[in-house]
Design a protein around this ligand. Sequence first.
Ligand SMILES: [Zn+2]
Length: 164
Amino acid sequence: MTLSLVPPTDPILRTPCASVTDIATQVEPYWRDMLALMKQHNGAGLAAPQVGLGYRFFVTGPEGAELADVVINPIITWHGTWRSEAEEGCLSFPGQRRVIARWHNIVVEYTTLDGRTVKAALRGSTSRLFQHEFCHLDGICIVPPDDTQARHERLANAITKEFS
Ligand SMILES: [Zn+2]
């Protein structure tokens, strides 16, 4: 395996990623290693910046079974009004758990490895997983650089800005 997790202090974890424009060079060489790394650490998902890649894609495991293994250029096209709170962990911050509010119901679009566009309605834990990884692509982690009350608003804003 050639990829490894970047340290929690790496600025790439706080930097918005660029859209994937060429799957063959920006995703294809890395996604298998990312899946292996995710499984090795018993993770449910792993986003590109967590391994030092500044592109908008993530991989998911069995918890994201409704999703493709590799989710490229994801967008959230709709969300309901109900946000539920639950504790989350993150492979980039071992041993840390945080309660995060996420939309319970969302509708998403993304591109698959073979270039297809997929639309999906997600709820509950899959919706939560998608939003966790989606936030990584905007440089937002469950452990903020400044652990303030504004955390939930920053997470919500990161998602709703996709609509404006
Ligand atoms: Zn994470």
